[in-house]
Design a binder for this molecule. Structure first.
Ligand code: F0G
Length: 458
């Protein structure tokens, strides 16, 4: 097979800034060892997130000029609505400024004390919005997902047996929705199979519970299905995506991912009464129902992004990028979550820095070291983000995994950038024995990873 190449050429470029090791040491100290607090211009290769960081196409930029900025009834909204309906088949399309706004609308309507909402793995803002409403957020991903090395093709699947048991124990009236996140970001960017989507939907529906897809990376998930699930090889990504959505009653989506948007999202629902209440809340805090906190030009660019992301050549290239990066570092002895996900490579920091105890944050240390060594920014997905604290004793229990996610912005970096990142990782790996842990000196009450301060523990 020939080399899979970037299926685009570059028309506009943006310089990236090189810094010296001494500068980076100062910058990291001033950012309290939390790369979220580093200015973006002090980063060379930014793999913090694939969210809102895509390069838009010439067609998307062109469309921004014809965006209709009318407060009510904007033409750009109807384009957006039509495109989202074409892919999802869902009835009510409510635009929002990003995914978590859709989550807030939904969970402030269906959440609340005494309610329980399962997912394969809730993403951090999804979990936080559910818990903020007073409800419980639970993760029911399959057992195999816990083994980072297991090559299971659909490691994002939910365990149907556990779901049935969960609904029986909590009683259906206390489970206002069953969710699935495609792909499973908090679980390593792993896909969910069509069979699992269908089965989870059937279980929810048997109990009269709505089934909601968190569809941020629906196109990447569709392409994994095409590659890995029998019966889908000859279907287009769009046909597969349509089938995925056909099983759900609603969807939240951050269009900052698989729609090449710098901002945007939607809440889509079939139920009229719920949609009506969501629209009322939307007007209260986001904006009128035909813009939801977005500009008309954003809606216009997103409508085009939804088509571009389903292009097969693009998806083939997209999945090749993370696979390529994962293979490069694996060859050098670094352990990453297998098989590689669609949007990111997740390094196992527990095995990278076994000498650092989980509550001295090995993955946060690794994030810092990648920045120091090469100006590369990743994100900790470990005990800084997900440790739990006993409310009585104040004792912390570490997260199950200590991972560093290196997320690939869409259409932004080339293969030589990826080669450089792999070199930096392997350089840090060479000197792994020298690393020591960190301790927290400041943390916020919720979602502490965004703003926490650290210092070297010894
Ligand atoms: N759901 C999933 C699966 C996500 O990955 C995200 C965001 C959201 C919901 C929330 O969307 O950011 O538009 O409000 N994930 C980003 C990330 C931030 O870096 O993985 P948002």
């Amino acid at each position: 097979m020939r080399e899979i190449i970037e299926p685009f050429r570059i028309k506009v470029v943006e310089p990236i800034r090189f810094t010296s090791r001494e500068e980076r040491e100062r910058i990291l100290r001033e950012a309290h060892y939390n790369p979220f607090l580093i200015r973006a211009e002090d980063i060379l290769i930014d793999l913090l997130t694939d969210s809102g960081t895509s390069a838009m196409s010439a067609e998307q930029w062109g469309a921004m000029m014809v965006g209709d900025e009318s407060y009510a009834g904007s033409r750009s909204f109807f384009r957006f609505e039509e495109k989202v309906q074409e892919i999802t088949g869902l009835k009510h399309i409510i635009p929002v400024h990003q995914g978590r706004a859709a989550e807030r609308l939904l969970f402030s309507l269906i959440g609340g004390p005494g309610k329980h909402i399962p997912n394969n793995n809730h993403f951090d803002t999804t979990r936080a919005n559910i818990e903020y409403s007073g409800a419980c957020a639970d993760d029911l991903v399959i057992e195999e997902a816990k083994d980072l090395d297991s090559p299971v093709p659909f490691k994002g699947n939910m365990d149907p047996g556990r779901l049935s048991e969960y609904i029986r124990q909590r009683r259906p009236e206390n489970v206002p929705a069953v969710m699935l996140t495609v792909t499973n970001n908090a679980g390593g960017g792993q896909p969910v199979s069509m069979a699992n989507i269908r089965e989870v939907s059937e279980i929810a529906h048997e109990h009269g519970i709505p089934f909601i897809l968190d569809a941020c990376r629906f196109a990447e998930n569709a392409y994994f299905i095409k590659l890995r699930e029998p019966g889908y090889a000859d279907k287009t990504p769009k046909e597969i995506a349509r089938e995925m959505f056909s099983y759900c009653d609603g969807s939240t989506m951050s269009a900052k991912k698989d729609a090449f948007g710098n901002i945007g999202g939607f809440l889509a629902l079939n139920e009229d009464a719920l949609a009506e209440r969501a629209r009322t809340l939307l007007i209260l805090t986001e904006g009128f129902v035909t813009y939801g906190g977005l500009a008309g030009r954003d809606l216009e660019a997103l409508a085009i992004g939804f088509d571009e992301v389903l292009d097969e050549r693009y998806l083939e290239y997209r999945l090749a990028c993370s696979r390529y990066m994962a293979n490069k570092v694996t060859e050098g002895g670094v352990k990453v979550v297998q098989p590689p996900g669609g949007h990111a490579v997740y390094i196992d920091a527990k095995r990278f820095y076994p000498q650092i105890a989980p509550l001295e944050f090995p993955a946060q240390r690794l994030v810092c070291d990648l920045y120091l060594a090469g100006g590369v920014r990743g994100v900790e997905i470990g005990s800084v983000m997900f440790a739990t604290r006993d409310s009585e004793t104040g004792r912390e229990t570490p997260a199950q995994n200590e991972l560093v996610r290196l997320a690939l912005p869409r259409r932004v970096y080339t293969q030589s950038h990826v080669n450089y990142v792999a070199e930096v990782i392997l350089e840090v790996f060479e000197r792994r024995d020298e690393a020591t842990g960190l301790r927290i000196t400041y943390e916020a009450e919720m979602l502490r990873h965004f703003t926490a301060h650290f210092e070297p523990a010894r």
